[in-house]
Design a protein. Sequence first.
Length: 392
Amino acid sequence: MKLAMIGFGQAGGKIIDKFVEYDQRHGSNIVQSAIAVNTAKADLMGLESIPTERRVLIGQARVKGHGVGADNELGAEIAEEDIDEIQGAIDNVPVHKIDAFLIVAGLGGGTGSGGSPVLAKHLKRIYTEPVYGLGVLPGSDEGGIYTLNAARSFQTFVREVDNLLVFDNDAWRKTGESVQGGYDEINEEIVTRFGVLFGAGEVGENAEVAESVVDSSEIINTLDSGGVSTVGYASETVENPNTGGLLSKLTSSSDTPEYDTTNTTNRITSLVRKAALGRLTLPCEIEGSERALLVVAGPPPFLNRKGIERGRKWTEEQTGSMEVRGGDYPLRSSERVASVLLLSGVTNVPRIKELQQVAIEAKDNIENIRSESKENLNDLVKDDDDELESLF
């Protein structure tokens, strides 16, 4: 699937930067254009793979390149005011070559959580291509303001995009891990999962052609249900004869190694179950998912139609959906077999319900504090006035 990717805010920019690096490393040809948008100049300067001319600094008149300080209302205002600057960068996107737009943002900060829904609405008004969002939820230990931002942004973002793919930091941060190390690892997890998903069907020169192709239309049809999506992933190392491992040394160049069909089938069905029942990007109950798409990637000898079909049928039984698509993604030089499961239109998501409840409590807290502060200030001013009167 060919995408125009736009990273909004610090987290969004870093993830898109990682996507570009992944695309170059694997030659997956996913990223047709990459743009980073931010109110903080330092964040844009820290990117490595996105070209300088594709980094857009907005809000200079308001915040002088210093960011919005987690104020997502200000982030939304600046995005609306400077939408023409963002559009200027998008004008250079080869829209005739892309299948969709993907806006990536952290939903806890100010710039990304405020600006990404504004940009999504703008793109949907102008273009006919689907506009998807990839929203990253903050960890519960990151603070109340970030939770409140995420709850507000989630509700707006999911309405403005054709589908919102969600990654929950809470499910992925490890205890005792440094903040920077944790986010770097999380970004790698995001790019690995979505890289395999969006890379399926993009065949380069001399590449293997899938037996059952998963092209962009399959992904678009799966995401067409709208709402919220989550992605599962599981992989296993295999001995690939094409990478110069032990097996290739034991077989001559003219030999074609034989693989046990039962083993390859069982491996695939096991990986599909692990992908669905392991750590999803957004933990949820998979039963009731409206649509699903299964992609099994790896060296061609380790992929077979029977295993994928079994995995697809198992997914149908578990989700209750009759719209489960599936196919393979041959990667000749890979040393892993991986299963990626996209679940679209999920509704039973405890984390979202918890996020909304915490946001309601946080909002009430903020209002109470503001009210008390106003009363205290009035009392303080009154006391000062009384003291001044007593002096005269």
